[in-house]
Design a protein around this ligand. Structure first.
Ligand SMILES: Nc1ncnc2c1ncn2[C@@H]1O[C@H](COP(=O)(O)OP(=O)(O)OP(=O)(O)O)[C@@H](O)[C@H]1O
Ligand SMILES: [Mg+2]
Length: 326
């Protein structure tokens, strides 16, 4: 399999703060690859190094066959970027934004025109093409930024939090655009802190936290690592329940979650559940809630990082990353 991105032992510091800590991964040509992690995990730092915005400090990076340390200019020509922060010129129209970008990259006039028309149709901005970008809605701006990232027909499109702040419908449409773009042959590297985005969109997910890749794999592979089913229970005695349930040979692990316990099991939950309930009853422990389900990306994240990603979707406060010193 051909790797279009190859990253080895990448580290990045801001002064003595280690934002990215010995990260290695590779992206196959043609796939959609997600970096999933909470605020401050180091996602933007990685994407900024890969797209040449930050200087490569340590480690090696190859993109589209070019070495980042030797050929940053060639890499820049092979990629498209959509930043986390909006970067549109408010005084340009939709058409001008794309036209300007095309010129910047030396596209021929006829080529520019053809691509602009196609991209404006792709992101459904036909009726807005002569509007100033300042007058677009947030979702339209995001779509325009994606179109701009695609002007140069990049081998790899980098998107840092592509759907941040968008409503659910617009997000779903955005995923459709990205799938279309991907089907036309562009490899996509995206960062997100939305579980469902990583889960639904990508072929491959790396979970990153505190600057380190914690686990990597296809969505179903990550979920399978938690076992076949998950049982969530709330009881009158969680300490006792943890001990009793943990003794069952088909139980892999019992973890505290919120008010209750998450039980990871290695066989079909519908078969196992009655026995578990019986063993609790025998010890006089009552159940107040029970729920059987398949592992989700939330559970995967929770399992490997020890926290709920949703907890961190509160107002964007200072990053919670611990300051690790070297
Ligand atoms: N220019 C900088 N100077 C100092 N520290 C920085 C700088 N840029 C990022 N950091 C720190 O590096 C860590 C990683 O930041 P980064 O922006 O890569 O996180 P992220 O995963 O993209 O988070 P978010 O989901 O909030 O966008 C954070 O603790 C951040 O405060
Ligand atoms: Mg970021």
């Amino acid at each position: 399999m051909e790797h279009i991105i190859e990253v080895q032992h990448l580290s990045h510091q801001f002064d003595d703060f280690v934002a990215v800590d010995d990260v290695s991964f590779s992206v196959e040509k043609g796939e959609i690859f997600s970096f999933l992690g909470p605020n401050g995990a180091g996602k933007s730092t990685v994407i900024n190094v890969l797209t040449t915005l930050l200087r490569l400090q340590k480690g090696s990076v190859t993109i589209a066959g070019y070495d980042l340390a030797r050929d940053p200019v060639k890499i820049r020509k092979s990629i498209g970027i959509v930043f986390q922060q909006e970067t549109l010129d408010r005084d340009m129209t939709v058409w001008e934004t794309l036209e300007f970008h095309g010129r910047l990259y030396g596209l021929e006039r006829a080529d520019r025109r053809e691509r602009i028309e196609r991209l404006i149709t792709l992101v459904e901005l036909e009726t807005k093409q002569d509007d100033l970008t300042r007058n677009l809605s947030g979702g339209m701006k995001r779509r325009l930024e994606i179109a701009r990232g695609l002007m140069t027909r990049p081998a790899v499109l980098f998107l840092d939090e592509p759907t941040i702040g968008l409503d659910p419908q617009t997000r779903t449409r955005m995923w459709e655009y990205l799938r279309e773009v991907n089907e036309e042959g562009t490899t996509i590297f995206l960062t997100t802190h939305y579980m469902d985005e990583a889960d639904q969109l990508s072929n491959h997910i790396d979970i990153i936290d505190h600057g380190k890749v914690i686990i990597s794999g296809r969505s179903w592979e990550l979920k399978n690592t938690l076992g076949q089913d998950l049982i969530y229970i709330e009881t009158t005695d969680n300490v006792g329940a943890t001990r009793i349930v943990g003794e069952n040979p088909s139980v892999r692990e019992v973890k505290k979650k919120g008010k209750g316990l998450l039980v990871m099991i290695t066989e079909d939950g519908t078969h196992l559940l009655p026995g578990i309930l019986e063993s609790l009853q025998k010890e006089g422990i009552r159940l107040t809630a029970v729920n059987l389900k398949k592992p989700s990306m939330d559970d995967v994240f929770m399992h490997y990082t020890g926290k709920d990603l949703r907890d961190e979707e509160q107002p964007r406060m200072q990053p919670q990353a611990r300051r690790t010193r070297r």
